[in-house]
Design a protein around this ligand. Structure first.
Ligand code: F6R
Length: 255
C-alpha cells in the first residue's frame, strides 16, 4: 500500500487526479471504477478540468461501485443521477459506456451476476476509485462483509444510514438496501485509489492501513491488493502510527 498524507483534500484530489489522467492518456479505453459520496467530488473536478483541456474520455468506460435499491435511475438521489450531474455530463464520455447498478432491477441476483459479467467483458477494472465509510466500508460492503464477496444486495449499517442522511431531506428517506460490488470484485481491479478525508474517517483509516485484515473493517482487505494507493488529508491520518514513515517513503520514491 502506498500512503500519501497530503496537506488537504485539495492536494490529495489533485495528486489522485494526475495519476488517473496520466493513465487515461496512456490508455484511452481505460476502465474506471467509480464511487459516489462527498469524497471524490474534487477528484471529479480534476477529471472535468482535464477533459476541458484536451484529455479524451470518448473511449473511457466506467463501472460504479453501488446504487440504492428502490431508487429509479432518474431519482434525484440515485447514484446514477449523482454521477451524471457531478461527472459524466461534464465529460465527453459516452453515457452508454458508463455503468451503475440498476436499483430497480426486477431480478437483483441476475442483475448482479450480469454486472460482474460486464466488468469481466470490459477486461476488468483498471483503476478503482474508493472512499471509505466511517465504519470502514468500501462500496457498501459493511463490517462483516465477506472479503471474497461479489456484487450483491446488501443491507446498509445503521452508521451508514446516519452518515448518508445528510444527502436526503429526511433521515427516514435513506434506502436501507443497496446493490454493491463485493470486496472480492474490488480486489480484482488492477489498481485501487482510495481517498479518505476528515477526522470522522481517522479510526476507519487506522484500521484499514495499520489494523489486521478483518471483515470488521472491509477496507483492510486492500492490504492484500498488490497496487493500492491511499491519499489522506491530515485529519484522516490523525491516528496512524507510522505517519513519519509514510511521509518519508512518499517523498523518496524511486524514479
Ligand atoms: C459510495 C461508496 C461509499 C463511500 C463512503 C464514503 O459510492 O462507495 O463507500 O465512498 O460511504 O462516503 P463519503 O465520501 O460521502 O464520506
Amino acid at each position: 500500500m502506498d500512503v500519501f498524507i497530503c496537506k488537504d483534500s485539495e492536494e490529495a484530489s489533485r495528486l489522485a487526479g494526475e495519476q488517473i489522467i496520466k493513465q487515461i492518456r496512456a490508455n484511452p479505453a481505460l476502465v474506471l471504477g467509480l464511487a459516489t459520496g462527498s469524497t471524490p467530488l474534487r477528484l471529479y473536478k480534476e477529471l472535468i478540468k482535464a477533459c476541458q483541456t484536451g484529455t479524451d474520455f470518448s473511449r473511457v468506460r466506467s463501472f460504479n461501485l453501488d446504487e440504492y435499491v428502490g431508487l429509479p435511475s432518474d431519482h434525484p438521489k440515485s447514484y446514477r443521477t449523482f454521477m451524471n450531474d457531478n461527472l459524466f455530463s461534464h465529460l465527453n464520455i459516452r453515457l452508454e459506456n458508463t455503468h451503475v447498478p440498476n436499483g430497480m432491477a426486477h431480478d437483483i441476483p441476475a442483475h448482479c451476476a450480469a454486472y460482474e459479467a460486464e466488468i469481466k467483458a470490459a477486461g476488468g477494472i483498471d483503476v478503482q476509485v474508493l472512499g471509505i465509510g466511517s465504519d470502514g466500508h468500501i462500496g457498501f460492503n459493511e463490517p462483516t462483509s465477506s472479503l471474497a464477496s461479489r456484487t450483491r444486495i446488501v443491507t446498509l449499517a445503521e452508521q451508514t444510514l446516519h452518515d448518508n442522511a445528510r444527502f436526503f431531506a429526511n433521515a427516514s428517506d435513506v434506502p436501507h438496501y443497496a446493490i454493491s460490488m463485493g470486496v472480492g470484485t474490488i480486489l480484482e481491479a488492477k489498481q485501487c485509489v482510495m481517498l479518505c478525508f476528515g477526522a470522522n474517517k481517522a479510526k476507519a483509516v487506522k484500521g484499514a492501513i495499520e489494523g489486521g485484515i478483518s471483515q470488521f473493517n472491509p477496507a483492510s482487505a486492500l492490504q492484500m491488493h498488490p497496487n493500492t494507493v491511499v491519499y489522506l488529508d491530515e485529519a484522516a491520518a490523525t491516528d496512524l502510527q507510522l505517519k513519519d514513515d509514510y511521509r518519508w517513503a512518499s517523498t523518496h520514491k524511486p524514479q
